[in-house]
Design a protein around this ligand. Structure first.
Ligand code: DQA
Length: 145
């Protein structure tokens, strides 16, 4: 099984940005953590991070025929991007939405998730652990791969 892990804008700033919300670990340590989780589950992983909406749309489109699952934290685009929602719908690859923080308990504008409408599951508010749960969920979702 091959999974694409997509992270949106400012996730590359982990460890520096709003530490009280996102913690002090870096994007590199997130990648290392998720790589381990994938290895434990016998899953092949590829990572993509961008601060640009169109680049994320391109990455989702290019996943077609190459990946069996997508783990996505669209970050701020969660709450604004119909283009990312449409890209996820276009490829129909089972996708799981992840947020480090609990978006349901923050500002009102973070409560809507467009990307989430095309995802089979959401994990929010569990920090790095949410990504691991997403990988395990996709593995169970597709037991034949
Ligand atoms: C986030 C939550 C979003 O509201 C925010 O814009 C982010 C990160 C999270 O992982 O908790 O950048 O997706």
């Amino acid at each position: 099984m091959k999974i694409l892990i997509v992270n949106g804008p400012n996730i590359n700033m982990l460890g520096t940005r709003e530490k009280s919300i996102y913690g002090s670990e870096t994007y590199e340590s997130l990648v290392a953590f998720v790589k381990d989780a994938c290895a434990e589950n016998g899953v092949e992983a590829e990572f993509f991070q961008s601060n640009h909406e169109g680049a994320i749309v391109d990455a989702i489109q290019e996943a077609l025929g190459k990946f069996d699952g997508i783990v996505i934290n669209p970050a701020a685009y969660t709450h604004t991007s119909i283009a990312i929602l449409d890209a996820l719908k276009a490829v129909s690859i089972p996708a799981v939405e992840v947020h480090l923080s609990d978006i349901s308990k923050r500002e009102e504008f973070r409560r809507i998730s467009y990307a989430g409408l095309a995802c089979v599951k959401t994990f929010a508010g569990m920090g790095f652990e949410g990504y691991k749960m997403a990988v395990q969920f996709l593995k169970d979702y597709n037991p034949d791969l």
